[in-house]
Design a binder for this molecule. Sequence first.
Ligand code: BTN
Length: 246
Amino acid sequence: MHETLESETVEPLLRGRFGRPYLYARRCQSTQLELDEHAPEGAVAVCELQTAGRGRLGRHWEAPEGTAIHCSVALRPPPGRRVAELTLLAAVAVTEAIEAVARVVPLIKWPNDVLLDARKLAGILGELRGGTVVLGIGINVNQTQQQLPADARRPPASLRTITRREHDRAPLLAALLFGLEQRYDAWLEHGLDALHHELEQRDFLRGREVRVDGVTGRASGIDSLGRLELDVDGERRVVESGEVSY
Ligand code: BTN
């Protein structure tokens, strides 16, 4: 597949405010570095190849040129809002866009991974620059199994490895940006309540034995503040952030 995410391909598919301006480069270090704190809300940076793509916790995020979606979106939430909720919001928007375009049902592994068949398909990285949140989203789309990172603790997936066909990235990106905007607008008005049903439906960890920050327990859900709820020997505990293994 030789499609690109150039503006001529993507801009005609955009349905809302997000993606304007649409900053495209074939190659960049990281789309996270293409947006600074002055970027207008809804500005989006996209690259075909990141030479220094960033994952959470200082990890790398890589994909061969033209195989994945690498994008960053600038958001300027009002002061005082819990910006950590935006990664959950992005995770919901990613799962919904993938489901709409590829007819598969991804789940969310709290706080910001998207899984399909229990394999990581997408990741989200939120970074704060002044009052601007730069929300980075990486979706594995057309990588073959050999092109996916082999060093991960659990082997990741792409849409291609799971559905056994390639997917056009531009409609997926456009669906993602429109869904993200709708979810964001609802969050501005109603907070995380606007997402809670979807988070519950797509909670991969619920009912699983997990370990996070040295605590082991059974995940029982995501609470109204976006925290992970654990049942630890019959006692309810909540976790604000962290890396969950299961
Ligand atoms: C993770 O799961 O560790 C988060 C991965 C986030 C990757 C995306 S790709 C687009 C944006 N640019 C980056 O350098 N990282 C994010």
